[in-house]
Design a protein around this ligand. Sequence first.
Ligand code: NZQ
Ligand code: ZN
Length: 388
Amino acid sequence: MLGSFSYKNPTTLYFGEDSLNYLSSELSKYGKNIQLVYGGGSIKKNGIYDKVVAILKANNKEIFEDAGVMPNPTVKKLNEGIRIARENNIDFILAVGGGSCCDYAKAVSVSVYCDDDPWEKYYIRFEDVDCKVVPVGCVLTMAGTGSEMNGGAVITNSESKLKIGHVFGDNVMPKFAILNPEFTFTLPKKQMVAGIYDIFNHICEQYFSGEDDNTSDYISEALMKSIIHSSKIAVLNPEDYEARSNIMWTATWALNTLIAKGKSTDWMVHMIGQSVGAHTNATHGMTLSAVSLPYYRYIMPYGLHKFKRFAIEVWGINDANKTDEQIAQEGLSAMELWMRELGLTMNISELGVNNDMLEGIVDGTIIMDGGYKVLERNEILEILKLSL
Ligand code: NZQ
Ligand code: ZN
């Protein structure tokens, strides 16, 4: 049952080779002082920085640089961003980069006028925003997180070794996002495939829940088929515009609230992966790929019907002579083969995890209850051991 809900997504998307042309008209809606958020310098190398700055200057904007947003942005960096925004009376935050820059921009946006400690308020107590929010826009350079059209903002506390996401509401979602698939061409292959798996797993996290007949599952299957198809083309030819554009568009729709409608949603791969990330600072998509198969093989018996459907609808497996369990297992084997073909990291040892770290990773894993099995602490430990 889809149940009852209202639906709107407030982010305006501009998609395609000419999408940056729309930045001017969007910027004209906001004040003069722009906080320009970007990462470690990739946008300077590939020329996107120059293009964006030229548009900002042509619109007579005052630019306040906020560079050096690291993959998996930290509380320390967040505090720096808040300071920049407060000191310069920022009117608008423009993130130019991947999910880390978009997430960080949103985290700054809800913290500038917050009297409380943002980490404690949003990430430990999970409270809602009750202060003015600085509007955010995004020029996306990496496809994966869906941050360009959602309210998610994941922040890492390096001291307490916690990586936590807060999903904020409509008022925090980017006002607009500019999606030019060509901007993703310069991504290193490792980042591209990590993003591809992140997209795929976002869909799985929503798909593997519920027993009802739900339109969201049919949309999810189509998105999964598209990402598998395009990924195979993009790994061979990263500059295949058609494949890269399909990947970018799928990423947005995989996590912009649409396919979560009517779903209780799982999110345990992300919870375990995020805790692995907090302990290793590894690339987000690789933390997911490293724990996925042990997790899905573990919960498969509890959601057998859905895993069978996944095998048939997504991986084209069917054989009247096989049991449901055999078909479901073959689906996961096909998924494993695809993941290995992409060159994803398939175990957490490669990310720097050793036996001594497992208890700490379990401690940092938030347990969700929307999937086919609510995990106990010892089960998370078991899955981590199988992921080593
Ligand atoms: O920092 P720069 O120099 O820009 O380099 C980045 C970074 O090193 C590089 N990059 C990005 N675009 C590039 C490029 N290099 C060359 N050419 C380009 N066009 O790629 C590296 C990774 O970038 P990052 O933004 O960290 O990757 P991603 O988009 O995967 O974002 C990861 C963060 O998003 C969070 C993750 O936990 C992680 O902190 N997530 C956010 C979600 C959300 N908002 O809903 C959901 C996700 O599940 C995820 O948790
Ligand atoms: Zn993710």
